[in-house]
Design a protein around this ligand. Structure first.
Ligand code: FES
Length: 104
């Protein structure tokens, strides 16, 4: 499987970039790369919102959330933004290559 490049901007302003295999979701990728602030408590079941990110750079589809995700995002701890997503719902594909995510 090819990999894409994903960058996380951490709350302290530092950033981390990692290669993520296509087909993996970006919550799992954050957890396996030890990205602070993403815990993915529900394992990607759209039930916890501990995988909240804001898309700083990425395609329109990457910035647009689904309806159930939208409801969960209303309950997030950090401030919700226009491009907030639950990163367990972002699946690595060539469309997301070079995506930049901010941890709220
Ligand atoms: S990991 Fe729980 S909603 Fe994404």
């Amino acid at each position: 499987m090819p990999a894409i490049s994903v960058t996380w901007v951490l709350p302290d302003g530092n950033s981390r970039t990692a290669d993520v295999q296509e087909g993996h979701n970006l919550m799992e990728a954050a957890v396996s790369n030890g990205i602070a602030g993403i815990s993915g408590d529900c394992g990607g079941a759209l039930a916890c919102a501990t995988c909240h990110v804001a898309v700083l750079e990425g395609s329109e589809s990457a910035k647009t959330c689904g309806e159930m995700e939208d409801d969960m995002l209303d309950m997030v701890d950090g401030e919700r933004s226009e491009t907030s997503r639950l990163s367990c719902q972002l699946i690595a594909s060539s469309d997301l290559d070079g995506i930049v995510l901010r941890i709220p």
